[in-house]
Design a protein around this ligand. Structure first.
Ligand SMILES: [Zn+2]
Length: 282
C-alpha cells in the first residue's frame, strides 16, 4: 500500500486508540483555515463537505472560497457551522498578482455588501510589497467591517497591517513564514490582536506526533493565541481531511486538557465570537 495510506492507517489507529482511552467523543474542534475552490465543489458539494467535517468530529470551519461566492454557498447550507471568509482571488486574480490589481478594493467593498463575512483573506504577501496601496486599502476595509484578516506572509506584512489599523484582528497563517518560537514570541508580545494558526506545520512542531518541548512551552506561555487548522488547499487534501485531523488530535492530546481545548476550539470560538454569536446561540 502507498506510503500515504500506511501513514493514514497508522494515524487512524492512533486516533481510535486515543478515542477509546479517553472513553468519549473526541474534543470539539474548529478548523480555523480552510479553502473551497471550484474544483473542490465539483468533487464535494456542501452536503459532502459537512459530512466530511462530521466524520472528523469538526464542528465548525473558517473557510475561504475561490471564487469567493463559494464560501457563501457553504454558509447558506450550514450557517451555524461555517465561518465564511471573503477571498480576494478569482477571475485572473491570484496570490501572485492581487496586490497589483487596483480594481480589487472596489470589488471587495461591493462583495462585503453581499453576504455576511467573518474574515477577509487569505492574502499572500511578503515584505517587498508590504507597503502596496492595494494591501492598505484591504486592511482598511477589514478594519472598517470588523473582519479578521487572514494573512499568509512574513513578519513585515503583519507589522504593516497593524501600522495601518492598530485595532485590526489578524490571523497569521501557518505559524508565519519563519515558523520558530523565537520568531513568533516577539510578535505575540508586540500585538495583542494577533492570532496564529498551526496549519500544515503539524509535522514540524510534532514530528511523528511528539510535540516538541519548545512548542509546548510557547503554547503554554500564550494559551489564547494559537488555533489549529487543516488548510484544505487541494481536492486531494479534502479527500484526506480526516487523516490530517487525526494528526492534529494526536499532538494536541499531549497538552494539558484545558490548553488542548483552547487550541482545538476555544481560541477560534473567541476570535470569531462577534460573527458567530447570534447564529451559534439562536
Ligand atoms: Zn491557505
Amino acid at each position: 500500500m502507498p506510503e500515504w495510506q500506511r501513514t493514514g492507517l497508522a494515524c487512524m489507529l492512533a486516533g481510535l486508540l486515543h478515542a477509546s482511552a479517553a472513553a468519549g467523543p473526541p474534543a470539539p474542534m474548529i478548523d480555523a483555515h480552510a479553502h473551497y475552490t471550484y474544483a473542490d465543489s465539483l468533487a464535494f458539494g456542501p452536503a459532502a463537505i459537512l459530512a466530511t467535517l462530521d466524520a472528523a468530529g469538526v464542528q465548525r470551519m473558517v473557510v475561504t472560497g475561490t471564487p469567493p461566492e463559494l464560501a457563501q454557498t457553504l454558509y447558506r447550507h450550514a450557517p451555524d457551522r461555517i465561518l465564511p471568509v471573503l477571498g480576494a482571488y478569482a477571475e485572473g486574480t491570484h496570490k501572485g498578482n492581487w496586490v497589483h490589481d487596483a480594481t480589487l478594493p472596489a470589488r471587495i467593498a461591493a462583495m462585503l455588501e453581499n453576504g455576511r463575512w467573518a474574515a477577509l483573506g487569505e492574502l499572500h504577501l511578503f515584505a517587498a510589497d508590504a507597503r502596496a496601496p492595494v494591501f492598505e486599502a484591504l486592511v482598511r476595509l477589514a478594519d472598517a467591517h470588523r473582519l479578521v484578516l487572514l494573512l499568509h506572509g512574513d513578519a513585515a506584512v503583519v507589522t504593516r497591517a497593524f501600522e495601518i489599523a492598530p485595532k485590526l484582528r489578524v490571523l497569521w497563517a501557518h505559524l508565519g513564514t519563519d515558523p520558530r518560537p523565537g520568531a513568533l514570541e516577539p510578535m505575540l508580545a508586540r500585538y495583542a490582536n494577533l492570532w496564529i494558526d498551526t496549519s500544515v506545520r503539524d509535522e514540524r512542531i510534532a514530528p511523528d506526533g511528539h510535540l516538541r518541548p519548545e512548542w509546548h512551552a510557547l503554547f503554554k506561555r500564550h494559551p489564547d493565541r494559537f488555533l489549529v487548522a487543516v488548510d484544505s488547499f487541494s481536492t486531494h487534501r479534502w479527500r484526506h481531511y480526516g487523516e490530517v485531523v487525526d494528526v492534529i488530535r494526536a499532538w494536541t492530546a499531549t497538552l494539558p486538557s484545558d490548553l488542548r481545548d483552547r487550541l482545538l476550539h476555544g481560541n477560534a470560538a473567541h476570535l470569531f465570537e462577534a460573527f458567530s454569536g447570534p447564529a451559534a446561540h439562536p
